[in-house]
Design a protein around this ligand. Structure first.
Ligand code: SAM
Length: 247
């Protein structure tokens, strides 16, 4: 199944606010898939138990707002917290199971070339697709290990090529016309969706992120899979909260 908007100009809408009430209030988003990346514990300023409860509820809200035959995809990097490992892949899968969503696929996105030893965040990101009714076909064209994630527009962003793989899966396997990212950050997913001919809708708490997400433009050439590994993203355009940021 493949859906594109033909000659129509793909739209982009960005809402500035808290994604959870926005998701709860809007019901099931017909014709849409979710591609998102929930904030890390370091971004929310909560205790670990509060953050885990919030994360679980956020996954549930995303899944409930996704049509049963569509897909909700999560890019999440594990993190060490107080010398213990938080496995966000396990958290996403468990939270999905609470709302009757199964795992359509679980892929790995390399942030650096495999084999590099690092002290900080792991060198890979989980890319997990959940659905309440969509089953995965064998041979959907996406690699299990995505070794060329593409440019990241800020350090917490997903790579452009990896985002494109997720958006193409939603378009071709779930037949959606709109991609929603309820934690859109600088707008990578939204810009990729538009570049692939789909409407895009995003939410972010940070006014600075929303401004960036409305403006981000991605050239079609950045979506292909031919480029080599990227250097780690520079923080030049971070939309993390800064003094005076109205959020
Ligand atoms: C991991 S970043 C997303 C990065 C994004 N995928 C990109 O490529 O730029 C998580 C984002 O969630 C936002 N955020 C945190 N809490 C939120 C909330 N309750 N509602 C909406 N956005 C929130 C943060 O401002 C941050 O931009």
């Amino acid at each position: 199944m493949s859906t594109s908007l033909g000659q129509m100009v793909p739209l982009r809408t960005v809402h500035c606010g808290d994604a959870l009430p926005w998701l709860r209030a809007g019901g099931v988003r017909t014709g849409a898939a979710m591609v998102t990346s929930l904030p890390d514990i370091s971004e929310l300023g909560r205790s670990e138990s509060d953050w885990r409860a919030w994360f679980t509820e956020a996954v549930a809200c995303v899944v409930r707002a996704t049509p049963p035959t569509s897909v909700a995809m999560f890019f999440q990097s594990d993190v060490r917290h107080e010398d213990r490992w938080i496995d966000k892949g396990a958290l996403v899968v468990a939270a999905g199971a609470e709302v009757d969503a199964h795992v359509v696929f679980h892929r790995i996105v390399c942030r650096f070339e495999p084999g590099r030893a690092v002290r900080g965040r792991p060198t890979y990101t989980h890319l997990i697709a959940l659905s309440r009714a969509l089953r995965s076909r064998a041979g959907d064209g996406m690699p299990d290990v995505i070794t060329e994630p593409g440019r990241a527009v800020w350090p917490r962003a997903m790579g452009i090529k990896a985002a494109a793989q997720a958006v193409r899966f939603a378009r071709d396997e779930a037949g959606v016309h709109t991609i929603i990212d309820p934690f859109c950050g600088a707008g990578t997913v939204l810009a990729v969706a538009n570049a692939l001919g789909l409407h895009a809708e995003g939410v972010d708490l940070s006014a600075r992120c929303c401004t960036r997400a409305r403006a981000l433009s991605i050239e079609p050439g950045e979506l292909d899979d031919s480029a080599a590994f990227n250097a780690p993203a520079r923080d030049a355009g971070s939309c993390r909260r800064t003094a005076g940021d109205p959020r």
